[in-house]
Design a protein around this ligand. Structure first.
Ligand code: CMP
Length: 139
């Protein structure tokens, strides 16, 4: 997912170029607008965290959601986006996507599912008709 700061900062084309150059297949994509209820549901696992309210407010905006496919897609994408905290990414992973367009630990420009089971849930959250074949089975 390209998060609201990434979409409004006009990083979508650059990020998609990086995705294609890394040999991901973009199975499907959708530009959509999250409202507070949708953002809360998407991040419900973080609902007890101190940053949850701010996270939901930040995520209320346009996002570009994509289903990315390649062998080991989850770990490849997590490696490419870099650490959650974009400030740390700029130091430890200067070529990562979050180093390119993130600002801090919240406004980190992109999201990636942290496991194949999260990927299945998150794909189903946005795309009811996609069967995450390679994405789940080749992790
Ligand atoms: P993401 O990888 O999408 O998953 C959870 C999100 O919560 C994370 O990116 C950040 O946007 C946000 N987040 C995680 N940790 C913090 C933090 N310490 N402070 C503020 N926001 C955070």
């Amino acid at each position: 997912m390209i998060k609201p700061d990434g979409v409004s900062g006009n990083y979508s084309d650059d990020i998609k170029r990086i995705i294609v150059e890394a040999s991901f297949n973009i199975v499907t994509e959708m530009l959509t607008q999250l409202d507070k209820d949708t953002a809360s549901a998407f991040y419900h696992e973080h609902s007890s965290r101190s940053f949850f309210h701010d996270l939901v407010t930040y995520m209320t905006g346009p996002v570009l959601v994509m289903v990315l496919e390649k062998p080991n897609a989850v770990s490849h994408w997590r490696g490419m986006i870099g650490p959650t905290d974009a400030q740390k990414a700029k130091i430890s992973h200067p070529h990562s996507i979050r180093a390119l367009c993130g600002k801090d630990s919240q406004r980190n420009c992109v999201h990636g599912s942290d496991s194949t089971s999260s990927a299945e849930r998150e794909i189903n959250f946005f795309f009811k008709d996609v069967v995450p074949g390679d994405i789940a089975s080749q992790h």
